[in-house]
Design a protein around this ligand. Structure first.
Ligand code: BES
Ligand code: ZN
Ligand code: ZN
Length: 494
């Protein structure tokens, strides 16, 4: 998909098709000189109720005299316009152009009171790129419609507002969206296509493309190093585990090191504590955290991030078998701490524990882990909000704020020390899990034990947000790539 920018002052729809956004309400046509040449038409549509400007309402109009399309897309009440809505509006524009079977189209970036023209352009471009992606399928008869759109030109009515370096904004939005899509594609891959070894292959293409330093532990190295958490989770499967690290040096010497740690369970059957069959297929997305980390690592070079960034991905398949780890086992982690296994379905925290220990060997100033960690987080915050656990104010505020800017919600959750005693064990240094209640907090408290107090640490539980269960302008249900944009925004802001 080629995205361009047109800086001419334009008046009216351009051939072959132009998308204009319109908010709902009496002022929707105020200060819209770019709509001047067809103001009467729109006024009539609004008066008759043929078009109301409701959120994602769509109306394509054909003008035979000019042989072009004017596509109106509603943004709804302007008070309710949040970044996520502008992503969806961008995607809706691309979907509309595609449904007219066009190869090329124009999108007039919206001017809104709550956003700078630059912000709006960035969000719409990002959403447009997400909307342009059609999901891969494995059907032998490919009778699905093909997306025709190849080129989109954005423009904003510059007589009203000025965007410095629009091409840079467009290219940055495209890089971020591309990374998000990469995470989404990985999450959507069936587990028989993407096992830990296949994931490593993807990681090495990312490393080569960006000239990142890469290190991989295979199962024997994992054992030799003493990463018993990752080893235990992976031992029930014939598809062996891997620990991967990627290192991006940063553009400024002596800058901070941020380490990202991702949960990469390529399939989570629950192990011997087998999950129920219903919905188990969705557990192919249990590597979404690692996918987010990999996608971010793929984008930091092009975005010229100043800080050093390290990506650690702990990869395993959690399967039941005669070789599988058991409840009651005691394992020794890479940190040296021992853990009593309670439930083989609480596998994520075990491999993350080893990932967190490895991340600290890179002298990380900050560590952010990303994981589809607990069903409890999904229950607590739903599908549109991730849990953010951090005692570090800089990380907590920075990540939440970055999320707000890119349309991803993160809600701060407490690392309540009162619950810590529930992890006490008679047998080992501590237990892997305790009660079901407060499950997301318990998991976070477990992870905390693997991070030294002098390191700034944040834990992102994306169990609810990594997968969309409903169709949206971004496509059918499936992986979302949630987290990539926030982390990239955060890395670019520090
Ligand atoms: N991968 C799951 C968490 C999950 C659930 C992610 C739903 C996405 C959607 C995780 O490994 C898990 O099973 N956690 C258990 C922990 C419990 C056994 C302590 C859970 O949340 O039930
Ligand atoms: Zn599990
Ligand atoms: Zn899991």
């Amino acid at each position: 998909m080629l995205f361009k920018y047109n800086s001419d002052i334009l008046n009216g729809p351009i051939k072959p098709a132009t998308v204009f956004y319109l908010t709902q309400g009496p002022d929707s046509l105020k200060d819209r000189p770019e709509l001047a040449s067809f103001r009467l038409t729109i006024q009539q549509l609004l008066a008759t109720g043929a078009f109301k400007g409701e959120y994602l309402e769509k109306l394509p109009l054909y003008f035979p005299e000019n042989d072009n399309w004017l596509i109106m897309i509603g943004l709804g009440d302007y008070e309710k316009i949040i970044p996520h809505r502008l992503h969806e509006a961008g995607a809706a524009a691309v979907n509309a152009l595609n449904s007219l079977n066009l190869k090329e189209g124009f999108i007039c970036s919206p001017l809104l009171p709550k956003f700078t023209a630059t912000q709006a352009l960035e969000l719409v471009v990002h959403g447009a790129r997400l909307g342009a992606e059609s999901r891969y399928n494995y059907k032998t008869n490919a009778d699905e419609p093909v997306n025709t759109l190849k080129t989109v030109t954005f423009w904003n009515p510059e007589h009203l507002s000025f965007i410095a370096k629009p091409k840079v904004i467009i290219s940055r939005a495209q890089i971020a969206a591309e990374a998000q899509l990469q995470a989404r594609r990985l999450a959507d891959l069936p587990a028989n296509y993407l096992d830990p070894v296949a994931f490593v292959e993807v990681a090495s293409t990312v490393a080569q493309r960006n000239k990142l330093q890469m290190n991989v532990w295979d199962e024997s190295q994992i054992e030799a190093e003493g990463a018993g958490g990752l080893l235990a989770v992976g031992q029930g499967s014939d598809r062996p585990p891997r620990m991967v690290s990627l290192e991006y040096p940063g553009t400024v010497r002596g800058s901070k090191t941020v380490a990202l740690v991702g949960k990469g369970v390529t399939f989570d059957s629950g192990g011997l504590c087998l999950k129920p069959g219903e919905g188990m297929g969705q557990m192919k997305t249990d590597m979404s955290g690692a996918a987010v980390v990999l996608a971010v690592m793929d984008a930091v070079t092009s975005l010229k991030v100043t800080n050093r960034v390290v990506g650690v991905m702990a990869l395993a398949e959690n399967m039941p078998s005669h070789k599988a780890y058991r409840p009651g086992d005691v394992i020794s982690t890479l940190s040296g701490q021992t853990v009593e296994i309670v439930n083989t379905d609480a596998e994520g925290r075990l491999l993350l524990a080893d990932g967190l220990t490895l991340a600290q060997r890179f002298q990380a100033d900050y560590i952010i882990d990303v994981a589809t960690l607990t069903g409890a987080c999904l229950v607590a915050l739903g599908e549109k909000c991730a849990g953010l656990f951090s005692d570090n104010e800089f990380l907590r505020n920075g990540l939440q704020r970055s999320g707000q800017l890119v349309g991803e919600n993160f809600w701060p959750m407490p690392l309540l020390s009162e619950y810590e005693e529930d992890l006490k064990s008679e047998l080992a240094d501590f237990k892997q899990a305790a009660t079901r209640s407060g499950g997301a907090i318990m998991a976070a408290l477990f992870l905390k034990r693997f991070v030294k107090p002098n390191v700034g640490w944040a834990h992102l539980d994306i169990a609810g947000t990594a997968r969309r269960s409903r169709k949206s302008p971004f496509g059918p249900e499936g992986g979302s790539g949630f987290g990539v944009s926030t982390i990239l925004k955060f890395l670019c802001s520090i």
